[in-house]
Each structure stands twice: as structure tokens, then as C-alpha cells.
Design a protein around this ligand. Structure first.
Ligand code: ADP
Ligand code: MG
Length: 720
């Protein structure tokens, strides 16, 4: 039976004993369910593909499909769908009923192996970036058995969702999963070469990338969102004056969680547990109305799918509690925006984290090789990494003294910085240890201190045994930035493996290996440590210093996106089999198109709100003021102050009218060349929108409350 968690039953959760462990994964076709329902040979065969990456054996498909269908129907599913991630930034599903009508007119429930393995959705309405013409409609979905199928409940309707890759008729990727899977294989292949050099590959069949993604979001009362066209259409406020109290007191971060919010979080968690998403932490974030949820890390492909599921669940559960969940990177100006910290590492299938420095790090040559591979990758491809998180939404957040700057740099911390110094000098002799902290009260325990502090201004920070890519945007699917990350690291591992293999030769000895590592890493550190920076990433000094070091500072999406179609990027992705040039160029086109579309929709929304809501309110106020002045003068009272106020107000209203017309004009401009169009939006449209906003925000502060047509920041951010 399915555990229902509609609003009524979120109450059940509180009154009945609820054990998350009982329901964990209960709506996924994996683990025990698979073991129980599949014949042993089929189970083993499928597990080999899932765990070891062996090719999928089509002969088992019918048996798996039939077991999956029976299980799904028992759990209330009437339909199945191939669930995929097209390039729209969301997920897509086309439902088919299990029910079929046989030749004799009787109804049967059918789901064959071929229906499991392959789907053929009409692809013509998905973005392809020119890979196909609209009349070439055929696209294929292909079952990704490494990510568990799951049952998605929407109200009382249950659908079996089968994670799939989505490609065009020509076999070119039209989704985010396919290149992610290719990039994971690229890292795995190159990492294995490093393990072979060190002789640590015994028993290892695969190297996997691991991923744990922290998701920040805002909750706002649903009725207020409905009253605001900007939030409803664009997911962010296009106007809105700062509230008297924002996040100045920093009393929201980690504060005790409001009861209504906690009920929402609990329902989200219960649903995610059922779907096998291992959510772990929840807390209030920095801005009022802002929260975070984070899972335990998983293999990158599954984590990426689970991240999409998490966003879906957050959005769909919110209305049950009277909320709207805003995943936009910057819903409110002047308060912190939302990101998605992308915790990333590489591990062997035997459970060894290859980015774990362990104790005596200076002797852990293999770790140092992986570390230096990351440093090299981020330095050589800082521009591409920056491009991987570029979007109209993220432009509001990056570099805004709340999120990492647009300059990509790595935070290493004291211990690793010291080791880098040693590597640069050619000899590694010591590992700095964290000294215990004495808290000065005998009843409190002595606690060990980490070897380095945290640095929240860094876009790419080493955090103990993983890297945290913090510049990823909160609404962004993580597949694309991770595809880029994996590919640039694969290249660096390739370079290092090639150099090591050459130096060490056929019969490696420990001494030979150590001296090879030291001399190769010395070069790498000398050349690439300019990308490492432990100081304040927000400071002006860093921006100047970064420029001196020659690090790219691609401030906006319009600056960053063209990197994707550079020769360097095209060659890189082609070499590691992640994207053909055609596929990558298509991606570039789609990203540019999305930027242009998002900005133009925002502009049109602003024009509508300005003309139909804000201007009329301002004119009503103008009439009230004029009436009041005329009334006073009629009884012989002069009121020069009101007179001045009226004149100022009339000027402001005229300004607003002019500015709205400017936005309209800049929005309507048709520019054939996409890159030029992006720049026009950045240089003309966006500044015009900002100016319009400023006038609206001044009006908001001056208009009587009963005339202001929109819920204010204070209304929306201070939850009751
Ligand atoms: P913080 O906010 O302190 O960074 P969180 O607990 O919110 O910490 O998030 C840390 C994330 O990093 C979690 O999702 C965690 O599972 C993930 N993580 C931990 N170790 C690894 C690893 N080896 N590879 C990938 N992700 C990891
Ligand atoms: Mg974190």
C-alpha cells in the first residue's frame, strides 16, 4: 500500500509512529523489490550492468518489464512513462496506459521489454539547437537501468517513471543525461589509469563520480504569489522595495523552524524517502523565508536524477501547505539569493574516496595527483566552468556579495596550501595537523579542530574530502555543470596519467614513482596554482589580483556563454566523447535562446505590471493629492509642501511612463545574430528594466498602502 501524505495525512505522520526506514525507497524498483521479483539470473545480469557498467543485455528486458509492471500496478500505477531531461531545464514525461485492448476486444495490462527499453516520443517541440528541423520529428528515449524506476504520485494518480536518455533520430543527444553519462565514463577511464600506475586498482572494476547537492529555496504564501504577475510568470520579483527588516539581524539562519514550514519539510522528506532520495539535512537559510534541504551523496547520475525529483517534490508539495516554493536564483532583490552547492568527488566501486587526503597527506602521492588534476582542470578551463553555470537567473546572484564571484578560483585551506608550497619546492615533508580546541569550560569536551577553516566566498572549495562547486544556481539541473566538471577533470587525469606512465615506465619501483610524481606535480603546481585563492573572494583586491594573475572574469551570461563554442571547448568535448561539435554547438544555441527568451519575458511582464498596475495606482494617488490641495486652497489654506510633493510625483509618473516605453522598445528589438542580441539585452534592456524598477520602488515607498497594488517584500518574506 502507498503511504498517503496529502495534507490530512501529514497530520497522520505526527500522530502515528512513522519510521522513515520502513518507507525508504518503497516507491522505487530497486534493491529488495528487484531481488524479490526477478529470477536470480536476470537479477544478477541486470546488477552487472548497474554496478559494473557492462552492456545491457536486451534478452532480460521482457522479464524485467513484466516484473516492473506487476509491481507498479500493485502500487496503484495505471500508466508508465519514459522520464527524461530535455534541454528545457525541466523533466519531460509522456504517459502511456498499461491497459491495452486485445484483438477480441478484451482489456489486458501489457508492458513489454521493448517498451521498457525504448520509447519514441515526438521530439519536434523540444529544443534541439538546430540539430533537427521541426519536420524531422523522431526522437528516441532509451532506458537508463542504472537509475531506479519510480512511482510518481500526483494527487490520487500514480505513474511509473522510467529514467531514460533522450536522443534524436541521428543518435545525437537532446538531453542532459546522455552527456553526463558519457562524462562519467570519461573520468572513470582516466582515473583507472592513475590507479594502475599506483598499483591500487586491484579489485576495482569502476571509478564513479559522487555527488551530493544542497538545494536552497524560498517559501512564500501562495495567495501572494498569485497576486504578483512577476513571481507567477518569472519566479522572481521585478519590482519591490526593501522591507524595513531584511536579513540584517541574521536571525533567520539556522533559526528554529516555523511550524507550518516544518510540516512542509516533513512531507517533502516523507515523499522523497519513498522515492529513494536520501535527504538528510534541513534548515533555515540566511534570508528570511529561505530554507535548504540536502541529501546524502550518491553516484552522480542517480544524484542528478534525484535532484530533479527533489525540485519537483518541493514545488508540488508546497501548495498542500499554502506555499509556493520558489527555486529561482534571486526571487527578491537586496536579500540573499539561492544556490545549489554541488559537492563532488570521485571514488572506486570498492568504496575508496580518491579525494580523501587521509592523515600524513604529504605521503599520499595518489591523492596529490588527483588534487593537482582538479587544480589544473579548473585553471585551464575556468571559463568553461563559469559558462556551465551561466543563466539569466544566476546573473543576479553571482558576484553580488552573497554568492561566489564570477571569477573561478579554488579554496584549499591551510593544510593543502602548505602541501602545495612543498610540492612547488619539489619535496613534501609534513602535514599540518589541526590542534584540539580548548573551550575553557571543563565540562565541555575538547574538540578536534579541522585543518582548515571554511570560506563561503569561494566558488570552488575543497571541503575535507570533496570539492564543493558553489556557484551552481538553485533552479539549474546539475547534469550540465557536472558534465563540464567531469570532462575537464578527465582531461587533466589523462595528461597526468600520460606523463606518469611515460616517466615510470614498465617496471615501476616505489622510489621511481615517488620521484616521477614529485617532478610532474611540481610543474603542475607552478603553472596552475594561480587559480588557488584562500582570501576574501568578494574583495576589490581579489578582483584586481585575479586580473593580474590572468584569470578570466566573465561577469555575465552574455560574456560567458560564447566560451562553449570556442575551439578549445569543442576539441575537449570531442576528444573525450562527451559531445560532438554539432551537439555542443546546439547546446550553445539553446542556452543563448533561453537567455534571450527569459529576459524578454521578464521585460514584457514588467511592462504589463507597470502599465496596468503601478501607473494606475500612481495616477490615483496623483488625483488624491491634487484633490487634497484643491480642497485646502478652496478654504483659503496654502499648502506649499503638498504642492511640491505633487509636482515631484507628477514628474515621477512621467518618468515611469517614459521608462516603460524604453523597456518595451528595447525588448522588441530584433537582432539576428544571437551573440549580439545577448549583448543588447545586457547593455540596453536590462539597465532599462533596472531604472524602471527604481522608480517603481520609490513609488511603493510613497503610495498609501491601500493604493499599492502588490504584496510587499515584508508581506512575502515574513511568514506568519
Ligand atoms: P555543508 O552545508 O556543511 O556543506 P551539508 O551536510 O549541507 O554540509 O552538505 C554536504 C553535502 O556533501 C552532502 O550532500 C553530503 O552527502 C555531500 N558529500 C559528502 N561527502 C561527499 C563525497 N565524497 N562526494 C560527494 N558528496 C559528498
Ligand atoms: Mg555546503
Amino acid at each position: 500500500m502507498i503511504r498517503r501524505t496529502s495534507p490530512e495525512t501529514s497530520m497522520d505522520l505526527a500522530t502515528q509512529p512513522y519510521r522513515a526506514s520502513d518507507s525508504f525507497g518503497s516507491l522505487t524498483f530497486s534493491g529488495d523489490v528487484m531481488l524479490k521479483r526477478l529470477p536470480p539470473d536476470v537479477y544478477m545480469n541486470l546488477q552487472r550492468t548497474i554496478k559494473q557498467g557492462t552492456p545491457l543485455d536486451p534478452a532480460i528486458a521482457n522479464t524485467v518489464a513484466s516484473a516492473m509492471k506487476d509491481w507498479a500496478i500493485e502500487h496503484g500505477a495505471t500508466h508508465y512513462c519514459h522520464w527524461f531531461q530535455p534541454l528545457t531545464g525541466t523533466t519531460a514525461e509522456k504517459h502511456d496506459a498499461f491497459l491495452s485492448v486485445a484483438g477480441d476486444g478484451s482489456a489486458i495490462e501489457k508492458f513489454s521489454g521493448s517498451q521498457l527499453i525504448q520509447g519514441e516520443p515526438d521530439a519536434s517541440s523540444f529544443p534541439s539547437g538546430g540539430i533537427r528541423d521541426t519536420y524531422e520529428a523522431r526522437g528516441y528515449t532509451a532506458w537508463d537501468c542504472t537509475s531506479p524506476a519510480f512511482i510518481l504520485r500526483t494527487g490520487d494518480h500514480c505513474t511509473l517513471c522510467i529514467p531514460t536518455a533522450f536522443v534524436s533520430w541521428t543518435g545525437e543527444a537532446l538531453d542532459k543525461k546522455t552527456p553526463l553519462l558519457r562524462s562519467i565514463e570519461a573520468v572513470a577511464k582516466q582515473a583507472m589509469r592513475i590507479l594502475k600506475v599506483f598499483g591500487t586498482d586491484a579489485g576495482v572494476t569502476r571509478v564513479v563520480t559522487t555527488l551530493g547537492v544542497e538545494q536552497e529555496y524560498f517559501l512564500v504564501d501562495r495567495e501572494m504569489v498569485r497576486e504578483r504577475l512577476d513571481l507567477s510568470i518569472c519566479g522572481r520579483t521585478l519590482v519591490g522595495a526593501a522591507p524595513p527588516k531584511g536579513q540584517q539581524l541574521e536571525d533567520h539562519y539556522f533559526g528554529s523552524i516555523n511550524e507550518r514550514v516544518l510540516a512542509f519539510m516533513s512531507e517533502v522528506e516523507a515523499r522523497l524517502f519513498e522515492l529513494g532520495v536520501p535527504v538528510k539535512t534541513r534548515h533555515n537559510e540566511v534570508a528570511p523565508g529561505q530554507y535548504e534541504v540536502a541529501p546524502t551523496f550518491e553516484s552522480a547520475n542517480v544524484a542528478s536524477d534525484h535532484q530533479m525529483v527533489t525540485m519537483h517534490v518541493l514545488r508540488t508539495v508546497a501548495p498542500n501547505h499554502g506555499f509556493e516554493c520558489l527555486l529561482h536564483e534571486k526571487p527578491f532583490a537586496g536579500v540573499n539569493g539561492s544556490g545549489k552547492h554541488n559537492n563532488w568527488s570521485i571514488a572506486t566501486d570498492t568504496g575508496v574516496n580518491l579525494l580523501d587526503p587521509r592523515e600524513e597527506t604529504h605521503t599520499n602521492m595518489q591523492f596529490l595527483v588527483f588534487l593537482c588534476a582538479v587544480i589544473r582542470a579548473v585553471d585551464v578551463h575556468a571559463d568553461l566552468l563559469r559558462a556551465s553555470i551561466a543563466s539569466a537567473h544566476n546573473d543576479h546572484r553571482l558576484g553580488a556579495n552573497e554568492a561566489p564571484p564570477a571569477i573561478m578560483s579554488i579554496y584549499l585551506g591551510d593544510m593543502l596550501t602548505d602541501i602545495l608550497d612543498q610540492l612547488e619546492s619539489g619535496e613534501t615533508k609534513r602535514t599540518k595537523n589541526g590542534t584540539p580546541l580548548d573551550l575553557g569550560a571543563t565540562t565541555l569536551p575538547q574538540i578536534p579542530r579541522h585543518t582548515s577553516d571554511r570560506n563561503r566566498t569561494s566558488p570552488f572549495a575543497f571541503t575535507g574530502n570533496k570539492f564543493e562547486f558553489r556557484a551552481v544556481g538553485s533552479s539549474q539541473p546539475v547534469a550540465w555543470p557536472n558534465t563540464v566538471l567531469n570532462t575537464i577533470i578527465a582531461e587533466s587525469l589523462d595528461v597526468l596519467a600520460t606523463a606518469l606512465e611515460k616517466k615510470v615506465g614498465k617496471n615501476p619501483t616505489t622510489a621511481k614513482l615517488e620521484s616521477a610524481v614529485k617532478s610532474i606535480l611540481q610543474e603542475i603546481v607552478k603553472k596552475h596554482r594561480r587559480v588557488c585563492f584562500d582570501g576574501n573572494g568578494y574583495s576589490k583586491e581579489w578582483h584586481e589580483e585575479a586580473e593580474k594573475r590572468g584569470l578570466p572574469n566573465l561577469r555575465s551570461t552574455a560574456d560567458a556563454l560564447p566560451v562553449i563554442k570556442s575551439k578549445k571547448a569543442l576539441d575537449l568535448f570531442a576528444k573525450y566523447g562527451v559531445f560532438s561539435s554539432r551537439e555542443l554547438k546546439a547546446r550553445y544555441e539553446i542556452l543563448v535562446e533561453q537567455y534571450v527568451k527569459v529576459m524578454r519575458i521578464e521585460a514584457r511582464t514588467l511592462v504589463t505590471m507597470g502599465r496596468t498596475q503601478i501607473l494606475p495606482a500612481a495616477i490615483r494617488f496623483q488625483a488624491e493629492l491634487a484633490d487634497a490641495i484643491a480642497g485646502a486652497q478652496a478654504v483659503g489654506v496654502e499648502c506649499p509642501d503638498s504642492d511640491t510633493a505633487l509636482r515631484e510625483h507628477v514628474r515621477r509618473v512621467a518618468d515611469l511612463r517614459t521608462l516603460i516605453a524604453k523597456v518595451e522598445e528595447a525588448e522588441a528589438k530584433h537582432i539576428e545574430d544571437a551573440e549580439k542580441h545577448m549583448r543588447q539585452i545586457r547593455d540596453d534592456l536590462f539597465p532599462a528594466m533596472q531604472k524602471t524598477r527604481e522608480v517603481c520602488d520609490t513609488l511603493e515607498k510613497q503610495l498609501p498602502d491601500d493604493l499599492w497594488p502588490l504584496p510587499t517584500y515584508a508581506d512575502m518574506l515574513l511568514l506568519r
